[in-house]
Design a binder for this molecule. Structure first.
Ligand code: 5CA
Length: 159
């Protein structure tokens, strides 16, 4: 049975549909705000959670999204080499303005503007991974191949 999704979660579902994926956004009774929360809620390992972390190019002011395994931290020096400038951590306002979603629910796709995406190579090993879907309770299950498709992201070493 399809759920009645909140409007932010529905936007993500619409984006997934537009890519031709059959993934279904689910809104959980429990919080999925952090990677640990999400892993607990869906019953997977924290490494299988896709953290959609927003950075800002310090010179250009451009947003960059790093789809990071929930088990990892992004090494800013490695990210700097990838984007050709120093990355800063985005604040909550910048995240909302560039993605259209609040921290804790930022999905890897379906943003209000086009955002360059890098994908943590550690996510590729899993058969199934889970990503946020617009709200701090909404998630969807996908494959690493799906993640590449919906982000156009480049798989990189960033931890
Ligand atoms: N729904 C979960 C799992 S999919 C989720 O969105 N996890 S997340 O890691 O992608 O988003 C939470 C991240 O937002 C935290 O790891 C943290 O890096 C970042 N964050 C939390 N609070 C702030 C803040 N005040 N300013 C900037 N970034 C923040």
């Amino acid at each position: 049975m399809a759920q009645n999704l909140s409007s932010s979660a529905q936007k993500v579902q619409d984006a997934l549909n537009a890519f031709g994926l059959t993934c279904r956004v689910v809104e959980m009774p429990q919080t999925t705000r952090t990677a640990d929360d999400a892993a607990r809620a869906v019953g997977c390992t924290v490494g299988q959670i896709v953290k959609s972390l927003i950075f800002i190019g310090k010179q250009s002011g451009r947003p960059v999204l790093v789809a990071t395994s929930g088990a990892n931290r992004v090494d800013k020096k490695k990210l700097a080499d990838l984007i050709g400038e120093s990355p800063g951590r985005a604040d909550a306002d910048f995240v909302r303005k560039t993605t259209g979603y609040a921290i804790g629910g930022v999905p890897p796709t379906g943003h209000v503007q086009n955002i360059t995406v890098f994908i943590d190579e550690d996510l590729i090993q899993y058969e199934e991974i889970w990503a946020a879907a617009g709200t701090p309770r909404a998630v969807f299950k996908l494959t690493p191949r799906d993640l590449l498709k919906i982000t156009g992201g480049k798989v990189v070493a960033v931890k």
